[in-house]
Design a protein around this ligand. Sequence first.
Ligand code: FAD
Length: 401
Amino acid sequence: MIGPIFGTVVRMRVSTGKATQSDGRMFTVVVEGFGVGLQRRAERRLTVPFGQLQRLMQTIALQGGQIRAINAEELPAGSATQAPSTDAGSEAPAASTTPARKAPVSHADVPVNLYKPKDPFIGTVIGNYSLLTEGAIGRVNHITFDLSEGNLHYVEGQSIGIIPDGEDANGKPHKLRLYSIASTRHGDNCEGGTVSLCVRQLQYEKDGSIINGVCSTFLCDIEPGAKVKITGPVGKEMLLPADEEANVIMLATGTGIAPMRAYLRRMFEPTERAKNPDYQFRGKAWLIMGVPKTPNLLYEDDLQRYLAEFPENFRYTKAISREEQNPSGGRMYIQDRVTEHADEIFSLIEDPKTHVYMCGLRGMEPGIDEAMTAAAAAKDLNWSELRPQLKKADRWHVETY
Ligand SMILES: Cc1cc2nc3c(=O)[nH]c(=O)nc-3n(C[C@H](O)[C@H](O)[C@H](O)COP(=O)(O)OP(=O)(O)OC[C@H]3O[C@@H](n4cnc5c(N)ncnc54)[C@H](O)[C@@H]3O)c2cc1C
């Protein structure tokens, strides 16, 4: 529980060079006019252990921020406050791993495996169109299925399985492939009873021939009216926190935007907001998106609309690898954007309301990890220690494939 203790800073003597009173509690500083860009206009809450409070306050003062309140986490009755005494001046601020204030979606309430491969739901295709524009590389389609005649329902951040028609090389039915759901629980029409996917056709060259992925080609070619075997939903890794004031950093490459599209619709799409009186998003949502070329940008019109309508809440940064250069003259990948904005990303991560989501091809992980390691080191933090803490606090969410 958090109790306001505005003004107790002086009593705790954190204004002296070295903290003499040990305290194991976490402290949330409410500050205005602190941070970079739009952050300066918003009220922010930064949570740190006692040993780092003084340093944080000094940083805020140096950057002209105004502290509005300091809230201390209350300790259970009878518990000791004697954490080892820390030298506040020698410790770098670490990201707090306190869980977000409002409980995330209750994992127990999230539907899973309503339909299994042995008895899949049969959905009907009601839409299938290309998301790419002229000059794009490859094929990426938005495909919508009607679910109205069954009990297949889901929440944002889950996936469904698709069992493509036909048989494999051994004459056995094809196995299912998972796809991240790109729609909100209300579907693209906001009336429920549909699910949408964002599918890239897998194509690669082998021994001089072009090989098409079985399921992704099946889906990209599918016609409205076709019946498709669907399983699931599955997945609790990418659930969106229920906190309307959470900050959500989204790192996506290609079709990794699918779950992010669902989150952003839930946050900003007017018909969705009207549907969700309990979820009127007021936090910061920052999408950092990597694609090879501008025509490969996905859902761009919607994202531009959210930017225009919610400039205080939505930020959108692109890394277009074959068109932009990173500072070393190489291709601009998403990890280069992470490095470029490392300070702001880490400032956000220091806020316990911040969640980070990563989705896309598995190959993106090492680059992001490297960028986060360097960014953390610049703040005297150790990313390999911090990441598991964030994961444990349910604030670091990864789904790569
Ligand atoms: C949780 C999760 C979510 C996913 N979400 C999405 C999504 O939203 N959108 C999306 O498009 N995909 C998504 N995928 C990937 C999807 O499940 C399939 O793996 C993908 O569509 C390819 O399936 P396929 O049947 O077309 O290919 P397959 O016919 O199964 O071929 C894949 C196989 O081809 C081989 N192969 C692949 N590339 C090469 C290469 N360059 N050289 C040689 N061999 C190669 C590999 O053996 C690989 O296993 C997701 C996967 C997971 C696990």
